[in-house]
Design a protein around this ligand. Structure first.
Ligand code: C5P
Length: 148
């Protein structure tokens, strides 16, 4: 009986740890169409305004990273995406967070900058010359490999 209670508590604890771990992930979408990658230009905060990033955002507690990515793309771009494999490694962000990028493709519709200044489609050759957020810049080689 005591063993079963311990096992149950341990399972609950493991589930809670997984929730907390997932809550520290920021997901991003490497959306590719016709050999080009979609990027969006931030309008906030002031320190990042004008810089470019892959669409995405924080995973909410209890949410699967891939579900968060689909939600973020609908919120930011107004389109649903199909999520594929992770691209490159997790990249450290401030405050114990990491940026995790997944390959993605548009399921339908045309992406619009609903919460950002602009969106643009980039070729592999254009990626190094873009003013990326620091963590996104780390992933440029992996993104070029994805495109090529
Ligand atoms: O978009 P949001 O403000 O929720 O992003 C959370 C954090 O993740 C921010 O610090 C943002 O700069 C970072 N981020 C990033 N690259 C992305 C998306 C978000 O570095 N593609």
């Amino acid at each position: 009986m005591a063993l079963r209670v311990l096992q149950k508590r341990s399972a609950l604890l493991a589930a809670r740890c997984e929730e907390l771990r997932a809550a520290r992930v920021v997901v991003g979408a490497a959306i590719v169409r016709d050999g080009r990658l979609l990027a969006q230009q931030r309008s906030y905060p002031e320190s990042h305004a004008g810089q470019w990033e892959l669409p995405g955002g924080r995973v909410e507690p209890g949410e699967k990273p891939t579900d968060a990515l689909v939600r973020e793309c609908v919120e930011e771009l107004g389109v649903p995406v199909a999520v594929g494999e992770q691209v490159g490694p997790d990249v450290p962000l401030k405050k114990d967070m990491v940026l995790r990028i997944y390959a993605a493709s548009l399921v339908g519709g045309e992406p619009e900058a609903l919460e950002h200044n602009a969106v643009r489609w980039l070729t592999a050759d254009e990626l190094p010359g873009v003013d990326w957020l620091p963590a996104d810049r780390v992933l440029v080689p992996a993104l070029q490999t994805l495109l090529n």
